[in-house]
Design a protein around this ligand. Structure first.
Ligand code: C5P
Length: 226
């Protein structure tokens, strides 16, 4: 078993996992894994290649072959380079999210991404953000958080995020998409979205992001100090 510490932050879409995980990784000086970006990248690469989403064998090949690189050299959020192309903006769209969620139900796709995700566990530590980080990918993680918020608030956060990026979105369709994606992620047979038995649930409804970051950091610090 690895002795490199891992903090897993799982939760539904729009729960603020990305922002919180990045900030916590930054404060701890740890690496960061955005596992959703891997699923989104595979979905996007499959669309670019014109793969039919009912053709599971081709999707699995895509999961093995798609090269994803996180470029953290800039001051902003990391750029995500998919097969040599900067796909950061395209990856954030709901279309990419829906493609990711569609391929994520295929167990061989998940298996293809297993080692790629575990390779992010490097010293001095890792913050891993996703749906099954605490249950499947890093079951032995020292720290596990399940981050959630009401569906309405998650839709509002996503709406503001996308709007700030200049993307045209409608609140009601966003809420519908979020609920549909939650249901699919929670009901799928492989690695469904659920808190690990040993995870601490943080409900961030009505909480400013700074407060959520402090709460997660204090969970890590309290446990480390013991
Ligand atoms: O977290 P994000 O919204 O970027 O994830 C996009 C989709 O990828 C999720 O809705 C989910 O279906 C899938 N996913 C997953 N397991 C992960 C991360 C993401 O199934 N660890």
């Amino acid at each position: 078993m690895s002795t490199i510490p891992v903090l897993t932050i799982d939760g539904p879409s729009g729960s603020g996992k990305g922002t919180v995980s990045r900030a916590v990784a930054d404060r701890l000086g740890w690496h960061y894994l955005d596992s959703g970006a891997l699923y989104r990248s595979v979905g996007l690469a499959a669309s670019w290649a014109g793969v039919d989403f009912s053709d599971h064998a081709s999707l699995v090949r895509c999961a093995f072959d798609t090269k994803v690189r996180f470029d953290t050299s800039g001051d902003d959020e990391p750029r995500v380079i998919v097969n040599g192309v900067d796909a950061t903006d395209e990856l954030r769209t709901e279309t990419a999210g829906a493609a990711a969620s569609a391929i994520a139900v295929i167990s061989e796709v998940r298996a293809a991404l297993l080692d790629k995700q575990r390779a992010f566990r490097r010293r001095p530590g890792l913050v891993a953000d996703g749906r099954d980080m605490g249950t499947v990918i890093f079951p032995d993680a020292e720290f596990k958080v399940f981050l959630t918020a009401s569906a309405q608030e998650r839709a509002e956060r996503r709406y503001n995020q996308l709007k700030a990026k200049g993307l045209a979105v409608k609140m009601d369709s966003l809420l519908r998409e979020i609920l549909a994606r939650d249901a699919r992620d929670a009901q799928r047979a492989v690695a469904p979205l659920r808190p690990a038995a040993d995870a601490i649930t943080v409900d961030s409804t009505g909480m400013p992001v700074e407060q959520v970051i402090d709460r997660v950091l204090s969970l890590v610090q309290t446990k480390r100090g013991r």
